[in-house]
Design a binder for this molecule. Structure first.
Ligand code: HEM
Length: 239
């Protein structure tokens, strides 16, 4: 246990923990996106509500979900400790700081981008996760199963569609996904560097998968509220 505590308290140990927690959260983003894309199926929520019901009742998923919350908090706290440690080690800053010449905008603003994401996650969880698990305000909907009986699921589909008919909520999601894209632009490649895996042999792979994480995935997340907004708007805004 002592080796673990001294590894985590060193600067390199913290960087490795940042990288591992960050990459775990990237894998969460993929699974969460695949589930959320079912929101775009125009099936009165059958596929999305079935998926959400499975996720919130499966004991394995629920255990991973608790771990996920701990990892989000750990990632943010380690980032804070690292920033403070770096600032303390360099009280007068670099003498030559050419800003954009020797670093990208994302790398210089990881703290700001991470804070925007933390605010997004807090608002997002309160909005949906809290409403499902503790709010008790989301009605249920019944579906006819393949076996011919009725199943009743919390109608999270309707709740999300209703939320995304509000242009301010949609703008907040799109803005947050742009911040997530910039955060991952630096964060994804930096994680591989911290793990010592930025070898010339792997760089093409890291760049290609990085593009998926900093562009394709945030764009798909932003597409969901935009698409729902324009679908609900086309049936109600013109009247
Ligand atoms: C279009 C975008 C998104 C939609 C529609 C969406 C939808 C949802 C919904 C409906 C829930 C509640 C599920 C339940 O508890 O049964 C949820 C939970 C959650 N969302 Fe999202 N989400 C989106 C984007 C994101 C992003 C970008 C992040 C992270 C940066 C995120 C992080 C989470 C977390 C951590 C939970 C709690 C999951 C758990 O119970 O383990 N979501 N989301």
């Amino acid at each position: 246990m002592n080796w673990f505590i001294s590894a985590v308290s060193s600067s390199v140990g913290k960087k490795i923990m940042m990288a591992l927690t960050g990459l775990f959260l990237c894998s969460f983003l993929v699974v969460h996106l695949i589930g959320n894309l079912q929101l775009l199926n125009l099936d009165l929520g059958l596929s999305f509500n079935t998926y959400a019901n499975f996720m919130s009742h499966n004991p394995v998923i629920q255990t991973i979900s608790k771990g996920n919350f701990i990892i989000i908090i750990a990632h943010a706290l380690i980032a804070l400790f690292l920033t403070r440690q770096n600032a303390a080690a360099r009280p007068i800053g670099y003498q030559v700081n050419k800003g954009s010449k020797n670093s990208t905008w994302s790398s210089r603003n990881m703290g700001l981008l991470g804070t925007i994401l933390l605010v997004f996650i807090a608002v997002h969880l309160y909005h949906f996760w809290w409403a499902v698990h503790y709010g008790g305000s989301i009605p249920s909907r019944e579906y006819l199963t393949d076996h011919g009986d009725l199943s009743s699921y919390t109608d999270l589909y309707q709740a999300v569609w209703f939320a995304f008919s509000n242009p301010y909520i949609v703008a907040f999601y799109v803005f947050s996904m742009i911040a997530m894209g910039y955060h991952l632009y630096h964060g994804f490649a930096s994680a591989f560097q911290s793990l010592g895996l930025n070898h010339v042999k792997y760089n093409f792979f890291i760049r290609a998968v990085g593009f998926l994480f900093y562009f394709v995935i945030p764009a798909l997340y932003a597409y969901i509220p935009l698409k729902i907004y324009f679908l609900t708007c086309s049936s109600s805004c013109s009247h």
